[in-house]
Design a protein around this ligand. Structure first.
Ligand code: AHG
Ligand code: MN
Ligand code: MN
Ligand code: MN
Length: 334
């Protein structure tokens, strides 16, 4: 049963009841993640008032200059999740190593990978940012998980989701039975089901890519974008529109709502690092959501969720969204 207006908590409990194969004991963990996201929504919303804009003095493991809010939102996630007994360990964009659970607290059977603040270059200009998360099972018998226990294919994910802190705060969730969208009702402090069973149209005439990197792209990407830009008189015989939010959560939300293709391809500038977006806490959870909504997600050369990860901060090229467009750009790579 999925009724518009249902709270996210009721929705999760009922999903577990109706699907006997649903992972058990997820409700508690998801409630912890949801509490953290509500706290982050509040911090992001009030960041100017609280003096939280601008950069910190540190870099993260990927060499990015951290925003103050990158660090604070990471802390919120850890503080909401390390003591509740649902997790065995965590991996975050902002922390070099695996985040272990203190001996003072019980350990749970899940692992969590997260990007606490996605699109953080947007935070000082009042555009959408978000939080992305992916839930994996902790391998049996492992008391203190380390790097290698997180190196599971995206197909092993139990649950994935993201929150967008935009004009509305929204939560998008999949546990492998479709994709559902919830809107935070600030008056009651709960996420309510507003977008049941989200489906991505197979066709689209809207693409998202950072065009300023055009000179670094590989030939298949250049060809695909050239053909889109030629419009109605070119190969594709139709006009295309372009959007670039520089915030993957906002792009994926748009694609879930009206279709589209999002690309952060491999390019000569970032080839050595394997791409821009991170596999465990950006590409895999977004791929799970996109596929569950009927879309496709690929590196251009393989299905993202079938990549065997080699390190926790590994990066990959990403092409995701409406089936027919993603399949077209993938075919150009062959
Ligand atoms: P993050 O803010 O978590 O580091 O991620 C930013 C990502 C993604 O959200 C977005 O699609 C992309 O980086 C934007 O990159 P450019 O600034 O190169 O356009
Ligand atoms: Mn970052
Ligand atoms: Mn990100
Ligand atoms: Mn981030």
């Amino acid at each position: 049963m999925s009724d518009i207006g249902q709270s996210v908590n009721q929705f999760i409990v009922e999903t577990q009841r109706t699907h006997s194969s649903a992972a058990d004991d997820l409700t508690g963990l998801l409630n912890d993640v949801i509490s953290a996201c509500k706290k982050i929504a509040n911090l992001v919303n009030r960041s100017s008032i609280l003096g939280l804009e601008g950069y910190a003095s540190s870099n993260n493991v990927q060499g990015e200059h951290q925003k103050k809010l990158d660090i604070l939102t990471n802390d919120v996630m850890v503080e909401h999740l390390n003591w509740t007994g649902h997790l065995a360990a965590m991996v975050s964009e902002e922390i070099d190593d695996v985040i272990t659970i203190s001996e003072d607290y019980p350990k749970g059977k899940y692992l969590l990978c997260f990007d606490p603040l996605d699109g953080s270059s947007n935070v000082d200009i009042n555009l959408s940012v978000g939080t992305i998360f992916s839930v994996l099972r902790c391998p049996e018998g492992i008391e203190t998980p380390s790097h290698e226990h997180f190196l599971q294919k995206g197909t092993e994910q139990v649950c994935a989701g993201f929150c967008v802190y935009g004009p509305s705060t929204m939560l998008i969730l999949t546990t492998g039975f479709g994709v559902n969208g919830f809107t935070l009702d600030r008056e009651v402090g709960e996420f309510m089901l507003t977008h049941p069973n989200m489906q991505i149209p197979e066709d689209t005439s809207e693409f998202a890519i950072n065009m300023s990197n055009q000179r670094f792209w590989e030939p298949p990407v250049k060809r695909y974008i050239d053909e889109c830009i030629q419009g109605v008189d070119g190969e594709r015989e139709k006009n295309f529109n372009m959007r670039w939010n520089a915030s993957m959560v906002a792009e994926v939300y748009r694609i879930l709502t009206r279709g589209g293709i999002f690309m952060y391809p491999l390019d000569s500038r970032i080839a050595k690092q394997g791409g821009k977006l991170r596999l465990l806490y950006e590409a895999n959870p977004m791929s799970f959501i996109i596929e569950q909504a009927g879309g496709v997600s690929s590196t251009g050369r393989e299905r993202i969720m079938e990549i065997q990860p080699e390190s926790i901060h590994q990066r990959v090229p990403v092409f995701l969204g409406s089936k027919n467009e993603v399949e077209r750009v993938v075919s150009y790579h062959k």
